[in-house]
Design a protein around this ligand. Sequence first.
Ligand code: HT7
Ligand code: ZN
Length: 874
Amino acid sequence: PQTIYLNEYQVPAYLVDHVDLRFELFEDGARVHSTMTVRKNPESSQADAPLELNGDSLKLESVTLDGSQLAGDAYEEQGDKLVVHTVPAQFELNVVTWIEPQNNTRLEGLYKSSGMFCTQCEAEGFRCITYYPDRPDVMAVFRTRVEADKADYPILLSNGNPIEQGELEGGRHFVTWEDPFPKPAYLFALVAGDLVEKKDTFTTCSGRSIDLRMYVEPRNSAKCDFAMDALKRSMRWDEEVYGREYDLDIFMIVAVDDFNMGAMENKGLNIFNSSCVLASQETATDASFQRIEAIVAHEYFHNWSGNRVTCRDWFQLSLKEGFTVFRDAQFSADMGSPTVKRIEDATLLRTAQFAEDAGPMAHPVRPASYMEISNFYTLTIYEKGAEVVRMIHNLLGDELFRKGSDLYFERHDGQAVTTDDFVRAMEDASGRDLSQFRLWYEQAGTPVVTVSDEYDKQSGVYRLNIRQSIPDTPGQSGKKPQHIPFALGLLDQTGQPLPLNLTADEQNGPEERVLELTDAEHSFEFYGLSDRPVPSLLRNFSAPVRVQYPWTREQLLFLMSHDPDGFNRWDAGQRLAVDVIQSLMEASGDAEIDSRLVEAYRSLLNDTSLDQALVAKMLLLPSEAYLVELADQADVPAIHEARERVLTHLATSLREELVACYRRSLAQGDYQLTPDAIAHRSLRNTALAWLLHIKDVEGLAFALDQYQTADNMTDRLGALRALVNSDFVDEREKTLADFYDQFRDDPQVVEMWFSVQAASHQAGQLPQIKALLQHSAFDWKNPNKVRSVIGAFAGQNLAGFHKADGSGYQFLADQVCRLDDSNPQIAARLISPLTRWKKYAPQYGQQMKAALEHVRNKNELSRDVYEVVLKSLA
Ligand code: HT7
Ligand code: ZN
């Protein structure tokens, strides 16, 4: 496969102003008639270039130029392109293709899911529908007529507003849709099915009434309310915080079961993976509700950050994704607990994005090259991209950032632009120079910020020495220092914040400052300090960097209970727990566990005056994945064992407190989705998990009772998960069977049932995983099922996956090979745990490498998997 480079970008030779599409949908295929109004691009230097259209898996039926069918020698199908040799400066081109959605298992382009037709065109799926210049800088006005059998497909949808509908012969009907906003083909969507319609309305800030619609299969009609409300909250929030009003008369959401990712922001017609939109108290956990709210908001926010202003090319993907993730994170923070949201985002970043940035697939937020763009929908593009926008926000402040975003939307409305255009709008609106800051988009790798300090009692001066370095990544070495906003505070010995005086004359400096690191080394002096302060560094995770500072356990314990920054309180607890676990791994088998950790957790459990949402997060020990990330040559069984030992010790020492915490946080009154109620559910389920971890019989009684009487899925699944992860084998098996019986008809719950087992060290050993693949509810064609068994096993059940005999790796390699033939995008994502083989102790790493080689040797490897395997073995 060919590598595509950013520095070879050329403007399109031809532009399309209008596209008229007509879809004839049948059971054995679909005929697509496309009529494009095309003209030469005045900005292109390729004056007499032939017209080249992209295509993939199409059967071409005819090509007509300005009304005349073209002779066979006037055009050519060259691999994945249709080339029309000679064309006038302006013309109408009609192309008819035949496609087979019913056989489309890649889930790109037009395909069938549970009997309905639906599309996924980002990034390059439109070319699986018809021949077209399938690149985001070709923006056209689309009109789409959909024709299908009326009884089987009463609902026919596409982008924009409906303009005509009617009956056709043979029991068929049609609806025509028109989207007045020019858009790239990746935002095209079509849905046809037998769906129920949920209706609502939203009145915009200028008083326009928008029809809101959700379309779902009839069995899901009671699971739409939450998403509809989340949509309305998102629409209001985008008006209030960004001044963005919705533009069409109708906004639609459709739920489909078979979907490669979470959701898609097609103009006016968002298509969602069912698991990211359908929810009810009985079937969705708090985590799913929060995820749904965030994804509904994310897709809606794309209407401006992505659709009205789109990407020039796919190297600019983070322009829309990073900005939109930042926007949805701000929204989620406003809807719930900002500190908890920040902790969740930083955890994801530090655990998974840092790992990506240190691995063979590391790439900048704006990559310089790719083979298969689907492989670049990564944590770096999304999450690190969002952190980069967050840093701009923090450097500019609320008001100037808003001025910058207003300018960006106004200046580039209707255009396909670059991350550089975004930064320029921020610069122009604020007057700030962000030239060095741009390196965040160009350089891959996680900066390491190393801090040391000195205190001079006599002068009362405290000095922080801060160095930054950025590790080499594939294809990039010798990197330049980046512009890092580094928030910090200093605390006195009683925990009071100290004024940060940067000169001897300053008296009442602020209690928090954002230092701007721009050089490889800096020294900052703080004056007027009568005692050595305790530093609180990188508050609220002000930049996506690793901080190294020689914290003592006393300092961490102190920060855990005194830092006014909630994020850093949590972080201190995590660092302390990591330190205890790591020292256990280095010591002999029966080394003691620091009693101060137990006492710190005891105060967390006892002190009900603390923010319970923060306590719920602080009680969670660092994950095995995070411990792997921090290790040099990770030995997963050793990490697993040490972490389990700490957990057992904590649970045994704190048994009484856990029982009291469990009782205290039992549900009172009606089920609510407030941050406080969510925190209490999280606390009680953590307490339950810990009690069952030590095989406590009272804990078992709590779990069985909670499982039976729960009025919501968070508690029911919490009890099930605690049982599944325990040694109570009979109760585990009985409860698993009961759960499946109750929820066997609900695919989203069955997916949770699969993943609770696959992610469990107790219930998810390889033979059990193989048995799950044979289960009647497992479906190779459904990405959610594949993720919930194979993905959960390899990604979350680290001790089950990393076996000394390499059986886990070989298993994963076999499944990847199998999936590569039907759905390469999913196969390429699934292989990711193997790609980091260099991170592991050699006896594991070498076997992981061998499994990758096994995949490399497969015949007819897809471009998706080929790119990942090639780069991982380089
Ligand atoms: N923009 C959407 C990306 C997406 C996607 C990409 C490749 C393959 C399938 C896909 N489905 C959705 C989702 C988003 O970020 O909003
Ligand atoms: Zn997105």
